[in-house]
Design a protein around this ligand. Structure first.
Ligand code: HEM
Length: 278
């Protein structure tokens, strides 16, 4: 698609193809629902272990309710370090109606406690996530999006350029002019890390926890050092995806909320035609 002049000094360039836009928003919906229903499933046994079995005595992470001075409190333990997390992790609810639970009701789907319903939501959206991801990858490979737009070019990979990008990002200065037509190297690294590492790892560890799938691929649990290790990696990947989304959202807002949102909805992104880098 051709570039179009916009307001004075601006050019509307075609930045995102239709498949990228549709799969991006479906992915946002699927991942959000997967996260919330995943926390419901986690709440059925709010503790994490390393290895093949849950040795109930020694989780590396746990959320539980305890009694202290005649009242209940929430306690989160991470690698032997205890934190009081009443109202958030371990013990939460409306004032006067608190109950022992890992993550609070507002962070889970459904809000009430139900492993069965949590699993229904999780597995349904896992299918949407997988089919959507396959459609994205197929289109990105066949259409050249992966090679053309996401793979860093040789000049972007030079240490000088990478350091320059880190320095300008730290000062919240974003590329302008011709340079704004393409993703910068930090964006490319983050997107490739999510698309090619984190999300596939999420899927592989999810499948490792499924007894039915293990029967067909018994090497999978071994690959992750056991089912409980796979559950831990699954949980940590979810945490990294949440961290990515927080930074991603901050960058979307700081580098121009409406311009960015429009580009992910209509495909068109306005670039400054005067000047190179801010
Ligand atoms: C589950 C959470 C999310 C994930 C995993 C995610 C992932 C990604 C990825 C991989 C890309 C690059 C797409 C490509 O070119 O192939 C992207 C771009 C983008 N995302 Fe997200 N995203 C998420 C949530 C959001 C949300 C909530 C918003 C907005 C409110 C958003 C706005 C955008 C925009 C505007 C771009 C284009 C950036 C640009 O053109 O420079 N994303 N996202």
């Amino acid at each position: 698609m051709s570039d179009r002049p916009s307001k004075a000094g601006k050019l509307l360039v075609y930045r995102h193809g239709l498949t990228t836009r549709i799969t991006h928003w479906l992915n946002v919906a699927a991942l959000s629902l997967l996260l919330l229903s995943g926390l419901q499933i986690f709440n059925a046994h709010p503790a994490l272990y390393w290895g093949a079995k849950s040795t109930f005595a020694r989780p590396w992470l746990s959320m539980a309710a305890e009694e202290k001075g005649g009242r209940a409190i929430g306690v989160t333990t991470v690698a032997g370090h205890r934190f009081e997390t009443t109202g958030l992790f371990g013990y939460s609810g409306k004032p006067g109606a608190e109950v022992p639970r890992g993550f609070p009701a507002w962070a889970t789907i459904p809000g009430y406690r139900s492993l069965v319903d949590g699993r229904h939501w999780h597995f349904f959206f896992a299918w949407i996530f997988v089919l959507n991801g396959l459609a994205y990858l197929a289109a990105a490979l066949v259409g050249g999006h992966l090679r053309r737009d996401l793979w860093p070019s040789r000049d972007q990979l030079s240490p000088r350029h990478v350091l320059h990008e880190i320095a300008t990002h730290a000062r919240l200065k974003f590329p302008k002019g011709e340079e704004a037509r393409r993703y910068n190297v930090l964006q490319k690294g983050a997107y490739l890390g999510v698309v090619l590492v984190l999300l596939p790892l999420m899927l592989a560890t999810g499948l490792t926890m499924s007894p039915g799938f293990d029967a067909a691929a018994p090497w999978l649990p071994d690959l992750f050092g056991g089912r409980q290790s796979a559950r831990t990696v699954h949980f940590l990947c979810a945490g990294l995806i949440v961290a990515f989304v927080l930074v991603h959202l901050a960058m979307v807002v700081l580098s121009g909320l409406w311009n960015n949102l429009r580009s992910m909805i209509t495909g068109r992104y306005a670039i400054d035609v005067e000047g190179d880098a801010a």
